[in-house]
Write a new protein. Structure first.
Lengths: 102, 735
């Protein structure tokens, strides 16, 4: 199963472009037990629109019965989430699953 | 805040050119306005425009973190505010100072654009700030200097009072498309003070497949500990103000206010989170509550979190109820993503064009209907009746489009009330009842200023200071209620205060002194109160700088009357005053009732017509001025004869009728020759020639091209109720 790599720029300027790509990726994800893996290490620039897109991704996956597991969120991403009151939400995405397949 | 610094850097790099060109434009406008103002120092419009310009420069500079521009412009703004309030008069020297300051703003903006700082300009800056403060009457070392808290560089000194606010903001869908970033806005808000907690409502974001990535669905609730005022907090959102729902809740909010906030909150489905987010309990209290719940569960008891919290934290049950209601509501309607509440924005002038055309259509339709009746062809008449019915429905539907709730106007007064009360050292709670009541947008726009004046008046003259109130045995906090409701085709707006009321004796003395009433003559109570609305009654002499800006109550009354409305004042000395404004729901088209007297046609608004008594006009015994009474089901009904009142010629009708009208609590009859029935009435204003004619509200063109006059029922009621022996009515009417 492929990991989704978040781009360096996660903002209103890239959101429209990312949306169809993420959607296609999300539709390939099978329901639990294995979570869908997202890698946030590369994120450098992020704004509220970018974070909103990530929220939508998580909600879209969970509607399909699939959990999102965020790996290595970058500092800018963590800080933006904290500033938006989403630190708890972000932390939840990083909780390891007991059934995780590496 | 390093991450925000990095983001700000990007933000600035991208948007700064736009800011610079806009700021330069604003500086140009400032200069033009200042120069214009030198010619017309009393022009309030110019001052307002000037203030807005300066405020825009400051606000946008704040978004870019340009502290130097914000700090300096703030001092300019303060002085402009003083000028606007009339506390400082614009002298030529002051004008020069402001122009020099404007040059300084231009330099500051240029510096923000990368131009190297000129040492001479920097030195001049402090001097100018000193002069500005001196001119505005602000002590330079004032501890609560607003500039500090606004500039974000606040050394949160112990002298200033830090207060915890609760803010709920729901960003509108257009926010991203308008180039705004909620993240940047929130970071700016953080500059005002401490943000101990912030919660984002993830529930408002649709899943990926339904998301339009350019639409914003984010809502936040956060606490803010700051010395900034409500206005300053709201100002931080000024760039998204039109496009977000913002609730700023006072530190000492009542349970009812919290309950309102919870109802207004966007999604967040857990009871505890809702309460924490609304600031009703702290996170620690919630944790303890949850622990107790778990402990109880371990013992096999099924404790409810809400009850536990009420018990442990003294949280008002009302707040828990509101939160529970919210929770239930969200659980049931979670899947529906509020598609039925969408709006289309339409330019007001397009709507006005449609309504004008509709007016023409109604007149043309009436003409066609008349012709159809004359042909006596049944089918043509039936077809025409159907068209008339449809026109009426279109009319109602179209006018409905222009209806807006009055609550928005009321809400704007909240800040006025709060700031004004604080300025006067008064404690006032403002309450709004019936804010959802709708009326025509054009009426709303034109009633806002008179209402504002009345509200300020109530604050300034009506409500007392806490000490005075306590001495009078009243609660220290004054109450001001704004209410609205529909009544018989009108909207009734009431402004009620529980202040000192109006001292009739003093009103009377003033009226005697000003020659409004013959000295020594004592009119009845209601008439004395009406004197307040007479031209020449209120003058600048007694008026403080707040309520009186040269606008007397007579101007308020004439503004309201220009909207075909009426205003009534009731007051009990020591207990408060009530001002009641009645306005028609729309200014454009009404249902009318057409009558004839001699060869003249008149229209009554149908909503005011209670009933019609045919053929009994001859029973009335009239005095020389056309006033008398008839008996109606055992009650005496005052009547007035239009023929006598307006000296209409022509043969007397053998079987005249009485039209019974209702206005507020009074009923009266009008004697007419014949009844012509219901009529869709397009209201046209009266020419200037007729403005002295009492009892008339406008004119209308009938289907056959004749002109009919529309009655202003309250004014006619006053004419009917005037005691005999006052000749001035008939004289005026026939003059």
């Amino acid at each position: 199963m492929s990991t989704l790599h978040l781009p360096p720029e996660l903002s209103i300027y890239t959101a429209a472009e990312l949306h169809p790509q993420w959607l296609a990726w999300a539709q390939q994800q099978a329901p639990a037990p294995a979570p869908a893996l997202v890698d946030g290490a590369a994120v450098d620039q992020v704004d509220a629109a970018g974070v909103q897109l990530l929220i939508a991704l998580q909600r879209g996956l969970s509607a399909r019965g699939c959990a999102l597991r965020l790996h290595a969120p970058s500092r800018p991403l963590s800080q933006a989430c904290a500033a938006l009151g989403l630190d708890g939400w972000l932390a939840q995405l990083q909780v390891p699953f007991s059934t995780e397949v590496a | 805040m390093t991450q925000s610094a990095a983001q700000d850097a990007d933000f600035i790099a991208e948007a700064l050119p736009t800011f610079l060109s806009e700021a330069e434009d604003q500086v140009e406008s400032l200069e033009a306005l200042l120069l214009e103002l030198e010619d017309e120092p009393d022009n309030a419009e110019l001052l307002n425009a000037l203030f807005r310009c300066a405020h825009t420069v400051k606000g946008s500079a704040g978004m870019f973190g340009l502290e130097a521009v914000v700090g300096f412009t703030h001092h300019v703004e303060t002085l402009l505010q003083r000028l606007r309030e009339g506390q400082v008069a614009l002298t030529p020297e002051l004008s020069t100072l402001l122009l020099r300051c404007n040059d300084q703003i231009r330099i500051l903006v240029a510096e923000a654009g990368g131009q190297p700082a000129d040492p001479a300009a920097v030195a001049a800056r402090d001097d100018l700030v000193g002069q500005l403060q001196a001119a505005a009457g602000v002590a330079p070392a004032a501890p609560a200097d607003r500039a500090r808290s606004q500039g974000g560089e606040a050394s949160r000194a112990a002298t200033a009072t830090l207060r915890p606010w609760h803010v709920s903001v729901s960003f509108g869908q257009e926010v991203f498309r308008n180039g705004m970033d909620p993240l940047a806005v929130l970071n700016y808000v953080r500059g005002l003070g401490e943000m101990p907690h912030i919660v984002c409502d993830v529930g408002g974001v649709p899943p990926l497949e339904l998301l339009d990535p350019d639409s914003c669905h984010l809502s936040f609730i956060f606490g803010l500990v700051t010395e900034a005022s409500r206005a300053q907090i709201e100002d931080a959102f000024s760039f998204v103000r039109e496009d977000c729902q913002l609730h700023v809740i006072n530190p000492g909010a009542t349970p009812a206010q919290f309950a309102d906030l919870i109802d207004a909150m966007p999604g967040n489905p857990r009871l505890g989170e809702i309460l924490v987010a609304a600031g009703a309990i702290s996170q620690a209290q919630l944790q303890q509550g949850l622990r107790s719940q778990q402990a109880a569960a371990a013992l096999g008891e099924n404790a409810l979190l809400g009850e536990l919290l009420t018990e442990q934290t003294g949280l008002a049950p009302q707040v828990v109820d509101a939160a529970l209601r919210k929770q239930r509501q969200q659980r049931t309607d979670a899947p529906a993503a509020g598609d039925d509440t969408r709006f289309i924005r339409v330019q007001a002038n397009r709507l006005d064009a449609v309504i004008n055309l509709l007016g023409e259509l109604v007149i043309a339709g009436a003409g066609a209907a008349l012709l159809a009746r004359q042909t006596q062809q049944r089918q043509l008449r039936e077809a025409n009746d159907e068209i008339s019915r449809l026109i009426e429905e279109i009319r109602n539907g179209t006018l409905q489009l222009r209806m807006v709730p009055i609550g928005e106007t009321f809400t704007r007064f909240r800040r006025v009330v709060r700031d004004t009360a604080a300025e006067l050292g008064k404690d006032v709670h403002m309450e709004v009842v019936g804010g959802e009541t709708e009326l025509d947008k054009s009426v709303v726009e034109r009633i806002a200023d008179p209402l504002m004046h009345l509200v300020r008046n109530a604050l300034d003259h009506g409500l007392e200071t806490p000490a005075q109130r306590e001495a009078a045995g009243k609660p220290a906090q004054g109450r001001l209620t704004l209410s609205a409701h529909h009544e018989a085709g009108s909207i009734v707006i009431r402004i009620v205060d529980d202040g000192r009321g109006i001292q009739r004796q003093r009103v009377l003395e003033r009226a005697w002194k000003r020659g409004l009433v013959e000295p020594g003559v004592v009119p009845d109570d209601a008439a004395i109160l009406r004197l307040i609305f007479e031209p020449g009654f209120s003058t600048a002499e007694k008026v403080t700088n707040l309520s009186g800006r040269g606008v007397g109550m007579d101007v308020v009354r004439s503004n309201i009357e220009a909207l075909r409305g009426s205003v009534l004042l009731d007051s009990v000395e020591g207990q408060g005053s009530t001002i009641e404004i009645r306005l028609p729901l729309t200014l454009a088209i009404i249902d009318g009732f057409l009558v004839a007297v001699g060869a003249s046609r008149f229209i009554f608004p149908l909503d005011a017509v209670v009933e019609v008594i045919e053929g009994r006009a001859s029973e009335a015994t009239l005095d020389a001025r056309g006033r008398g009474v008839v008996e109606l089901r055992g009650q005496v009904l005052p009547v007035v004869s239009l023929r006598a009142l307006y000296a209409i010629d022509g043969p007397l009708a053998t079987r005249g009728s009485v039209v019974v009208l209702q206005c507020g609590r009074t009923r009266f009859g009008v004697l007419v020759d014949s009844l012509l029935g219901q009529h869709q009435t397009v209201i046209k204003p009266l020419g200037r020639l007729f403005t002295s004619l009492r009892g008339m509200a406008g004119s209308s063109i009938l289907g056959n091209g004749e002109v009919a006059l529309i009655f202003d029922v309250p004014a006619l009621g006053q004419l009917a109720a005037e005691p005999p022996g006052q000749p001035r009515v008939a004289e005026r009417a026939t003059a």
